[in-house]
Design a protein around this ligand. Structure first.
Ligand SMILES: [Zn+2]
Length: 312
């Protein structure tokens, strides 16, 4: 019979999904059925609350978004319909432009954790959409200019009328465990010194999430994993990803090694080792906004109190 410590058995009971991921919150109905109704969208625009987007920044104070009325919007830009709050019937749009008062602009990294669910959902949608529109001014088929279509949910080629839809790049992120419930974390050379996190990589064409988990983990850490278990997902619009979180087990820790390129150091942790390493600041964890941090805390059994670290 397996003997487990009290903290381990508490964590074992908590093997469900990751809930309330900071950037996966949302409270607005995207009302996609209205995207083809240009008359209705124009009507909604008249009474809309509008977020201004410039590059990867959204109109915001330090802890809440700044909304404008459509009457306050002028100049060059593109308008994207974000949806309707069913409770208040309030409609929301993004206005994607090139200039705005710098004091009123923040990135999602700066403010994501402080926003309400309604605001977080709107900001993530608006920034992810704007990132895609910025990168797709021309038709991939013929090279001619494209224009906004479907209220901002697509672009249309002005030459051949082909319609192009936003792209989101799936990346798996994996918490590797051994049979004794230790976890394996790695350090990437582009990260701040001492920062350790879970392993991640983009899904390749023709590959399932589960196949990607096995391939990426073996490439980066040398271990073969099985028992791949889905934990949750979070949009990560930096600029166009979604992180799909899994945990997986390895039965053979002897092959563990860093690949030396993407990962330069790996380290196993028991919960006690994690606690000590964080307390002594020998190890820095990824920021609270990341799914990686939540995966580590999910295993640990509680939030881990530590300073934030973020790639400069
Ligand atoms: Zn075209």
């Amino acid at each position: 019979m397996l003997v487990v410590s009290p903290i381990m058995s508490a964590a074992k009971m908590n093997t469900g999904r990751l809930n309330n991921l900071i950037l996966a919150r949302s409270a607005v109905d995207r009302a996609s059925e209205l995207r083809t109704d240009t008359i209705k969208l124009e009507e909604l625009w008249q009474s809309a609350k509008v977020l201004i987007i410039v590059n990867d920044q959204v109109s915001s104070h330090d802890s809440e978004l700044i909304f404008f009325t459509s009457a306050e919007i002028s100049g060059e830009g593109e308008r994207y319909f974000l949806g309707i709050d069913q409770g208040s019937s309030q409609s929301y749009f993004a206005w994607h432009t090139t200039e705005h008062d710098e004091d009123q602009l923040r990135t999602l990294r700066q403010i994501g954790a402080q926003l309400s669910s309604l605001e977080a959902g709107l900001a993530v949608h608006a920034i992810a959409l704007s990132n895609w529109h910025s990168a797709h001014p021309r038709c991939p088929k013929c090279g001619e200019a494209t224009q906004v279509d479907l209220g901002g949910a697509a672009r249309l080629c002005t030459q051949d009328q082909s319609q192009h839809h936003p792209r989101t790049d799936p990346a798996v992120i994996v918490l590797i465990k051994d049979v004794n419930d230790r976890i394996l974390l790695g350090h990437q050379p582009i990260w701040p010194e001492k920062r350790f996190s879970t392993f991640a990589g983009f899904v390749e064409p023709g590959e399932s999430f589960e196949q990607c988990v096995v391939r990426e983990v073996e490439e980066e850490s040398g271990v073969k994993v099985h028992s791949v278990h889905y934990l949750g997902s979070q949009p990560w619009p930096f600029p166009a990803s979604i992180m799909i979180a899994f945990e997986a087990i390895t039965s053979d820790v002897s092959t563990a090694r860093a690949d030396g390129v993407e990962i330069t150091e790996i380290r196993w942790f028991t919960r006690d080792e994690m606690k000590d390493a964080v307390a002594s600041q020998e190890v820095l964890l990824p920021p609270r906004i990341s799914v990686a941090r939540r995966m580590i805390e999910h295993w640990y059994g509680s939030e881990i109190d530590t300073g934030e670290s973020w790639r400069p």
